[in-house]
Design a protein around this ligand. Structure first.
Ligand code: G6P
Length: 474
C-alpha cells in the first residue's frame, strides 16, 4: 500500500542552530545525540522536524529563515525575546527543570511563566497542525512541550502521538508541588505512548497521572478519556559506532598525540558537562580537592580536565553556578599547583566532536557525577571511545545510565568521600580489570545504540496504535 503518511518530530530546539554574523543568518548543525539519532528519521521521505531556531528572528526576516530551513526538512517556530525569557528561561528552566531534578527550592512558580508556557505550546500546536495530515505520526520531545500532546489531540482525535521525556520524572511528592500539576499531566496524556529513560521515571509518571487525573491504571496502561495511553521505559543510546570509528581518524589521531605529549606521565581525569547545577560540578571539584589534601602523593601526578559547555547563562542560578565554579577552580589551583603542574585544567566552552573524541580516548578516568540526570550520554560516549579497551568510568547512581553501565564504579554524588575513594580505586585499577569492565560496558553501549532506541520507540508506537484501533473496531 502506498501511503503519504509522514513522521513529524517536534522539540523545543531544531537540530540546527541559527546565529547572526554581520546581519547574515548562519546555520550550523547541532552535535547533540538527539540530532544524530533522529537524523535518520527527519531526513527521510517527506518527514519533518519542527522547533525553535535558537534566537529571535524579526518578523520581516522570518520568510527568509523559513525558506532556508525548508531545504533541510526543518520547520521553524518563531519565538519573541519575551517568550524566550518567560517560556524557555522561565517556566521550562526555572520551574520544570529544577523540580524534575529534585531541586524544588530553585523553582520560581511565576504565573507569567506559566501563561507564556501555555501560549508557546499553543504556537507549537498551530505550526504542527499546519503541516499535519491525519495519518501522520507525531513524535514530541521533552519537558518544554508537555502540553502539546493534549493540544494536538483536542483538534485531531485519531492522530498518532508519541512523547519522550529526556529528563527525570520526579516522584509524586515532588511533582505535586507544582501549582499547575493537573494541567501538565493532562497535557502529557494526549499522547498514545509516553517514553522515559528509566523504569523509575515511568513508574513516577504513572503514579502522578493516576492520582492527578481521572484515569484508570492497569500495569503500564492508563485509560484516560476512553483512550489507552501506554507508558514505558526506553533508555536512550548513542551512535556508538561513530565514536569508536572517530578515534581512528587522522584528525583525532593528531589531537590525541599532541594531547598525550602535553601530559608527561600525568594521569588524567576527564569531566564534560553543560553548565548546570544538576551535574554536581562543585561536589566533584570538592572531591578532587579532598583527594589532593588527603593523598599528597598524587600532587604532580594527576590532573583534572574539566570541560563545562556554556548553557542557559541568562538564568540567574546558572550565572551563580558559573561564578562558584570559577572561584573553586581558582582556589584549588592556587592552593596546590606547582611550577610545572596544574591540578585543574578548566575549559568554559564547547569543542568539536573530533577534539572530544581525542580527549575521551586519552583520559585514564572519566568522572560523571550528576546529582540527578535523565540518562547522561557523556558516560556512554566515553565507553564507546575506549577502542583500546582500557579506562575507568566513575558514574553517579543518580544518572539513568547507571542502570545499564553496572561495571562503572558507582558513587553517590552527595558523598564527597565516596567520590574521592572511587578516584583512588580507579587510579590503582589493574589493566586486566579495566579491560574486563570496559568490554562489558562497550557491549551494552554498542547494542543498545541510538538507532535501536528510535526503532524500539517507533515500533511500540505503531503497536499501541494498532491495539487501540482493534479495540475500537470490536
Ligand atoms: C537537556 C534537555 C534538552 C535540551 C538540552 C540543552 O538535554 O533534555 O531538551 O535541549 O538539555 O539545553 P538547552 O536549554 O540549551 O536546549
Amino acid at each position: 500500500m502506498i501511503t503519504n503518511s509522514k513522521t513529524i518530530i517536534v522539540s523545543n530546539r531544531l537540530p540546527v542552530k541559527i546565529t547572526e554574523e554581520n546581519g547574515e543568518y548562519i546555520l550550523s548543525p547541532s552535535e547533540g545525540g538527539l540530532a544524530t539519532g533522529l537524523g535518520s528519521v527527519y531526513k527521510r521521505n517527506n518527514n519533518i522536524w519542527i522547533g525553535w531556531p535558537g534566537i529571535e528572528i524579526p518578523e520581516h526576516r522570518q520568510a527568509e529563515v523559513t525558506e532556508k530551513l525548508a531545504g533541510l526538512n526543518l520547520i521553524p517556530v518563531f519565538l519573541s525575546n519575551e517568550e524566550i525569557s518567560l517560556y524557555y528561561e522561565g517556566f521550562s528552566n526555572e520551574v520544570l527543570w529544577p523540580v524534575f531534578h529534585y531541586l524544588v527550592t530553585y523553582a520560581n512558580f511565576e504565573q507569567a511563566y506559566w501563561d507564556s508556557y501555555k501560549t508557546v505550546n499553543e504556537k507549537f500546536k498551530a505550526v504542527t497542525l499546519n503541516h499535519l495530515n491525519s495519518d501522520d505520526i507525531i513524535w514530541i520531545h521533552d519537558y518544554q512541550l508537555l502540553l502539546l500532546p493534549c493540544l494536538i489531540r483536542s483538534e485531531q482525535q485519531e492522530v498518532t502521538i508519541g512523547f519522550f521525556q529526556h529528563i527525570p520524572f520526579p516522584s509524586f511528592e515532588i511533582f505535586r508541588l507544582i501549582p499547575w500539576r493537573e494541567q501538565l499531566i493532562a497535557g502529557m496524556l494526549g499522547a498514545d505512548l509516553l517514553g522515559f529513560h528509566t523504569f523509575d521515571d515511568a513508574r513516577h509518571f504513572l503514579s502522578a497521572a493516576s492520582r492527578l487525573s481521572s484515569s484508570n491504571l492497569s500495569d503500564n496502561i492508563l485509560i484516560y478519556k476512553n483512550r489507552q495511553v501506554v507508558v514505558e521505559a526506553f533508555p536512550m543510546g548513542i551512535d556508538a559506532e561513530k565514536f569508536d570509528k572517530l578515534t581512528r581518524t587522522e584528525k583525532v589521531a593528531r589531537y590525541t598525540s599532541s594531547f598525550k605529549a602535553s601530559l608527561k606521565n600525568v594521569k588524567t581525569i576527564l569531566t564534560i558537562d553543560r553548565l548546570d547545577y544538576s551535574k554536581g560540578i562543585l561536589q566533584r571539584l570538592q572531591a578532587f580537592e579532598l583527594l589532593l589534601q588527603l593523598h599528597p602523593e598524587y600532587i604532580g601526578k594527576l590532573a583534572l580536565y574539566m570541560i563545562v559547555v556554556p548553557s542557559r547563562d541568562t538564568v540567574p542560578r546558572y550565572k551563580e553556578l558559573k561564578d562558584q565554579i570559577d572561584q573553586l577552580v581558582g582556589n584549588i589551583n592556587a592552593r596546590f599547583r606547582t611550577i610545572n603542574w596544574v591540578p585543574v585544567h578548566y575549559f568554559y566552552r564547547s569543542f568539536s566532536v573530533e577534539f572530544l573524541s581525542a580527549i575521551y580516548s586519552t583520559a585514564d578516568i572519566c568522572l560523571v557525577t550528576p546529582m540527578r540526570d535523565g540518562m547522561n550520554l557523556v558516560s556512554k560516549e566515553y565507553v564507546a571511545s575506549r577502542s583500546n579497551g582500557d579506562g575507568v568510568l566513575i558514574l553517579s547512581e543518580m544518572a539513568g545510565a547507571s542502570k545499564e553501565l553496572n561495571e562503572a564504579l558507582i558513587v553517590n554524588p552527595n558523598d564527597i568521600g565516596n567520590i574521592m575513594e572511587a578516584i583512588v580505586q580507579a587510579i590503582n585499577m589493574s589493566p586486566e580489570e579495566q579491560h574486563k569492565r570496559i568490554k562489558s560496558m562497550r557491549a551494552i553501549v554498542n547494542k543498545f545504540n541510538i538507532h535501536l532506541w528510535v526503532k524500539n520507540f517507533m515500533d511500540k508506537l505503531n503497536e499501541v496504535k494498532s491495539m487501540q484501533e482493534s479495540l475500537h473496531t470490536k
